[in-house]
Ligand binder design. Structure first.
Ligand SMILES: [Zn+2]
Length: 213
């Protein structure tokens, strides 16, 4: 906690004054342009990766950047999505996976999660991603990559972004915004070692192009 206290003091002394005008405006307005859904992983910091100021990203971070498909009943992720899309009117939604994701590694390497029931349950939201990767591995696209090898984890990370984008569309607020052509969806994978961001082709979950070199 000492680090956090020192950091807060440094923020107030060295950072805030230069952004005082921005924070003054933000005190009464909240109009982010983008909903960024990323992993809770401490190494994947949305505002740092995208160099966005406070007020520009509405961020939801979950373990494995998983987005449960819409279902009746309260759920914090669904509420955040609904607020960002239906109330704040974000124009873009980014679902961002990343290299060396602990959640995807646990699935790819079939870790024993019996002592971690909450994690085991939560990771079920990646079942479709896992099925897709398993199929690709046995039919050629990922052939040669055995379970647990880095290629499989990397493939699962990408397939998971595609699967979570599909889950995202099941949320009524997102479906409504898409029908009005009011929102665009993006799938990204952030590489921790190089800082590269790869944009995935929305339909396939396969790499399309480098969004950011
Ligand atoms: Zn992760």
């Amino acid at each position: 906690m000492q680090n956090l206290s020192e950091g807060t003091r440094r923020f107030q002394r060295d950072v805030f004054p230069a952004k005082a005008e921005l924070f003054s405006r933000l005190a009464t307005t909240h109009q982010p342009g983008t909903l960024f859904i990323g992993c809770s992983d401490a190494r994947v910091v949305p505002e740092l990766i995208t160099q966005q100021d406070p007020g520009e990203l509405f961020v939801i971070r979950t373990a494995g950047n998983l987005i449960p498909a819409y279902a009746p009943g309260a759920d914090g992720v669904a509420a955040g999505i609904e607020y960002a899309v239906a109330v704040l009117g974000v124009a873009d939604i980014v679902v961002c996976g990343h290299s060396a994701c602990g959640a995807m590694t646990a699935l790819a390497e079939h870790h024993d999660l019996t002592a971690l029931p909450a994690i085991a349950d939560w990771l079920r939201h990646a079942d479709a991603a896992q099925a897709r990767t398993a199929n690709a591995t046995t039919t050629g696209a990922g052939a040669g990559a055995g379970a647990g090898e880095p290629e499989t984890v990397a493939t699962l990370v990408r397939d998971n972004v595609a699967a979570q984008l599909a889950n995202l569309v099941t949320h009524p607020s997102v479906a409504r915004a898409l029908a009005r052509d009011a929102v665009r969806l993006h799938g990204w994978v952030f590489d921790i070692a190089t800082g590269a961001v790869e944009e995935l082709a929305p339909a396939s979950g396969r790499p399309a192009a480098l969004a950011v070199a």
